[in-house]
Design a protein around this ligand. Sequence first.
Ligand code: NAD
Ligand code: UD1
Length: 345
Amino acid sequence: MILVTGGSGYIGSHTVLVLLQAGFEVVVLDNLSNSSTVSLERIAQITGKKAVFIKGDIRNRALLDKLFSDYLIESVINFAGLKAVGESTKKPLAYYQCNVHGACTLLEAMNDAGVKSFVFSSSATVYGEPETDCYHENLPTGHPTSPYGRSKLMIEEILKDLQTSDNEWKIAILRYFNPVGAHQSGKIGENPTGIPNNLLPYISQVAIGKLPYLNVFGDDYNTPDGTAMRDYIHVMDLAEAHLDAMNAIMKINTANESALKIWNLGTGQPYSVLEMVKAFEDACGHDIKYKIAPRRAGDIAKFYADASLAKAELGWTAKLGLSDMMEDTWRWQSNNPNGYNHLLK
Ligand code: NAD
Ligand code: UD1
């Protein structure tokens, strides 16, 4: 059985779906601070299979001990955490407490239960601002610009120390670039609370008429159209990569090989903000209003993944392109204009 913490959230729910379809039994632990169980009900509708759901917090050691004694867990995929970059600058302690203390508590409980296979959601933010715009795993980590980013880097360092101290640990650190999109069914997707911070949820709320226009943050970057470029990756490709990474580390013979693996997850193809707007217009069939606004503090002009290591070591590459990302987002947004929110009990 696989424990997926944060499994009712955006990336977690898509990964739970992929795990169930691959034949795994799944336990989801989520405190529902940023999600609802409607995503899990939808997954059951799509797959005909149900994950066990436990409402609770990764910082609750007693609950974790009970969970590991009640279920035979082979591996843990940890999505649970706070992720809003702006909020993290205002509430740093909440971010370190939830993300870093939460990860340590979970790892301690795993260690005591003898469960030593762990897949971690990290981010391209750990590279900081390197000289190059193509990020390879061999680049040194840099200085993330927010407490959120630093919490990810701290956990990466903790995981390296843990694996060095005990080579029975099998750990996959997955550095995501910019996850977007939704399951092709249009039944599960990203459900941001309040006004979205990230580009694609914002564009799709403009498209549905909930927001009047998009602010394009800066058109004077050193890029072909002047707007900033990112490596957007479809959430279903990301979910598949979690399955592949988990399977790969579980197979490692730790007597011969280090089982601390770091993989970038991106497509390797960056797109500008204006290219994203245009592609969304093609998917939804009407114009998206936008205004050029000043640059957003902390933004970088352009970066994208060198994802060749994941291809070489996992046989994984992103299969879905820009039009899939946009069409699937639009299907989810137009079928669920209020996300899951109106269904909450
Ligand atoms: P999300 O907020 O949709 O999912 C996180 C889930 O964890 C939510 O369901 C939330 O209720 C739960 N949670 C939060 N704190 C918890 C705790 N202490 N105990 C139990 N459950 C808790 O976010 P997401 O976009 O699915 O992101 C998943 C992970 O991937 C996060 O760790 C995030 O930092 C990381 N990540 C996300 C992105 C992105 O763009 N979405 C990029 C890089 C990394
Ligand atoms: C942001 C975070 C990053 C996190 C990632 C998760 C910052 C500085 N970085 O990345 O740490 O891992 O989200 O997905 O917050 N844009 C607009 N208008 C908008 C929103 C965004 O023009 O209303 C632009 C941004 O300037 C950027 C691009 O769209 O160039 C993508 O922005 P966003 O989706 O927020 O992702 P990142 O900033 O790359």
